[in-house]
Design a binder for this molecule. Structure first.
Ligand code: MSP
Length: 650
């Protein structure tokens, strides 16, 4: 039996859970349930990240002792997951004593093997991101390049982790394990980040105290651990690292899910820490995209944060979960709108799945008093059975790549086969012609298709599929998975249960819409500028555009994955450029006179990403590179520091 360890990030306790957190947790739960169904010994970990200055400050604002504040918010996460029936095996909190002991043991080991040393750190620190940034990375007025908030200068004594030492081992690891980072398109951006040089990492703070102190053996009690070192270690302290180690045989994890914003911590720092501790690295780090609402970034101040409870209350928890898993290719950003959710529910769940179930309940009632027997299915429906079993056999591969949306898309073909069989074989005609056996064989075929599909849909919609299975006289278990999926078997004779429709159509949005963004604020700023600023503009007044017009151009950072010379062209190069999308873009660029194809691979460029695709020498070009040209030649415009592929420019 395989051991399979699956983790979510641990969530900060400075705010309540929203659909972004729910998304990661749904994916992890789906993977864990699927793994258990296959009969693997599975351990699923989630929890909360409770230390650091940010939490300390949030508690202060609410006038609460920090621990009490953390207890309250942590409980809201746990309750939410319980309401959603998330099948976690452990909910870890970084304030758990066992976690603290484990982290201290890890720190001690890193000190002992020479990977941690003491020095001074002076730098611009972003409290919100709990990260130091070098001057060169700061935005206007010393603001954080990640969240835009003002950073503060901190000079303090600090312990450092020798991250630089792991630059080469990390690169070697990425090279040798091409599917370590999923989707694979994200691998390049991590590699170019590491290639650009890793600095040693400050891993303790003396500026606040809400954290785990360094081990007593160091006799340096004013140092508490950097929250990311503390937090990342949760994945092994949960298994007993540095304590009883009882569950350490689950390590290395099979999949560690993270949002794309925290990929760097998981794909660079975390593996380096593990290497230092002599532990194997996780098999996969899966980085998913971000959710927006109605096309806008969610934020508390806009009041447009989607509350998962609210969605579940109005649309059903599992329908919501199906929507999130089906709507967005893993790794890409997704947009939540009631319209999209309703469309998905009506078309996939109501029309395809729900109708099929209703139809066979209705037909079996009329033709056989609900009795269903698979005895003649193979005789009349060899082809349909074969097609369905072939599709079902390919599904596992999508799970391995975390492509759950593709998995579901393929799975839905089973319902198409069922609906088509009913149309083509028209059991009602066969009954009239006295060919009852044939009619019942079609009904039984569809019952079997529904049974097989329910098993495969179980990990996404556990309760709904259990209800379907119950109506079809069987239970979804590892044994039925083996019988109906692996061994391609059919259901034993049974009496179908008449159940009310599971997916009534939704006609109107059921939740209140999000408030529209406050657009009035902008003009006020402009007025202020005009009155206060005495400088006379020297910008030519002809051909000016507004900021809105500028933003109609989508400028993005891209990473060049492949580059080739275009035969018979002295000017063109054919590039495959990663823009953080599922598939890289092909861009035909007229830069061959200035750049060799080879020199471009792995480098970053700025791309106009919403240009209408065009054909150049018969080849599709799906974007344009930004470059500056003068009498000296042509120079590509590139980000000063590596940025994630797909990052917006502007
Ligand atoms: N505490 C750290 C993780 C430490 S793991 C050792 C953290 N916490 S978080 O609460 O801010 O975010 C947790 C997860 O939620 C991240 O994976 C993040 O990407 C995800 N999301 C937060 N907002 C999101 C969206 N709007 N959409 C999708 N996921 C997003 O980071």
């Amino acid at each position: 039996m395989n051991k399979n360890y699956i983790t979510t990030p641990i969530y900060y306790v400075n705010g309540e859970a929203h659909i972004g957190h729910a998304y990661t947790t749904f994916i992890a739960d789906t993977l864990a349930r699927h793994s258990r169904l296959l009969g693997n010994e599975t351990y699923f970990l989630t929890g909360t990240d409770e230390h650091g200055q940010k939490i300390e400050e949030s508690a202060k604002k609410q006038n609460k002792p920090t621990q009490e504040f953390a207890d309250e918010i942590s409980a809201t996460f746990k309750n939410l997951w319980d309401e959603f029936d998330i099948s976690y095996d452990q909910f870890i909190r970084t304030t758990d004593t066992s976690h603290k002991i484990g982290v201290q043991a890890a720190f001690e080991k890193m000190v002992a093997n020479g990977d941690i040393y003491k020095d001074f750190y002076e730098g611009n620190y972003c409290v919100s991101c709990e990260t130091f940034f070098p001057e060169s990375q700061l935005m206007d007025g010393g603001c954080c390049p990640d969240c835009g908030r003002v950073t503060t200068i901190i000079k303090e004594e600090s312990y450092f982790f020798r991250l630089s030492k792991y630059e080469k081992p990390l690169m070697e690891y990425y090279e040798a394990h091409k599917d370590f980072i999923l989707p694979k398109s994200r691998r390049n951006e991590v590699m170019s980040f590491v290639r650009s040089g890793l600095h040693d990492l400050s891993v303790t703070r003396t500026s606040f105290s809400w954290g785990i102190s360094v081990p007593e053996s160091l006799n340096d009690p004013k140092h508490v651990m950097y929250v990311w070192l503390d937090a990342l270690m949760n994945y092994v302290t949960a298994l007993g690292y540095g304590m009883d180690e009882v569950k350490m045989d689950f390590w290395p994890a099979n999949v560690q899910l993270v949002g794309k914003d925290i990929l760097r911590f998981h794909a660079i720092y975390w593996p380096a820490f593990l290497m230092s501790l002599g532990l194997p690295l996780p098999k996969h780090i899966g980085a998913h995209g971000w959710w927006t609402r109605d096309g806008e970034k969610m934020s508390k101040s806009k009041g447009n944060v989607v509350d998962p409870r609210e969605v579940a209350k109005h649309y059903g928890a599992e329908n919501f979960r199906y929507f999130m898993m089906r709507e967005v290719p893993f790794g890409q950003d997704g947009d939540f709108s009631q319209r999209a959710l309703i469309d998905r529910m009506n078309s996939d769940l109501s029309n395809d799945l729900g109708n099929l179930l209703n139809r066979i309940i209705g037909m079996s009632e009329k033709y056989s008093d609900f009795a269903i027997d698979s005895v003649n299915v193979a005789q009349y429906h060899q082809k349909e059975l074969h097609d369905a079993d072939t599709i079902l056999a390919t599904l596992e591969g999508y799970f391995d790549e975390l492509q759950i949306h593709r998995y579901l898309e393929e799975l839905w073909k089973i319902f198409t086969i069922g609906n088509k069989a009913i149309e083509e074989h028209a059991p009602w005609v066969k009954v009239k012609e006295g060919r009852l056996n044939e009619a019942l064989a079609t009904v039984a075929l569809v019952a079997n298709l529904l049974a097989k599909a329910s098993i495969m849909l179980h990990s996404v919609m556990p309760k709904t599929t259990a209800t379907i299975a119950d109506a079809l006289g069987f239970e979804i278990t590892t044994a039925s998975y083996k019988a109906l999926i692996t061994d391609k078997g059919l259901l034993a004779p049974f009496v179908i249960k008449k159940i009310p429709p599971l997916f009534p159509r939704v006609e109107e949005p059921l939740m209140q819409e999000a408030p529209k963004a406050m657009i009035e604020e902008e003009p006020k700023k402009e007025v202020a500028l005009k009155t206060e600023d005495k400088k006379v503009s020297t910008v030519p007044s002809e051909g000016l555009i507004t900021i809105d017009q500028f933003f109609q151009t989508a400028l993005k950072i891209g990473t060049v994955l492949e580059a080739q010379e275009v035969p018979k062209s002295s000017k063109l190069l054919k590039l495959q450029v990663d823009l953080g999308e599922e598939v890289p873009r092909q861009i035909i660029a007229g830069i061959r006179e200035y750049y060799s194809a080879e020199s471009l691979i792995g480098t970053q460029v700025c791309v106009v990403a919403n240009l209408k695709p065009a054909k150049l020498m018969g080849m599709l070009s799906e974007g344009m590179l930004l470059a500056a040209k003068d009498s000296e030649g042509l120079s590509l415009i590139r980000p000063e520091k590596p940025r994630f592929s797909g990052s917006s420019i502007g």
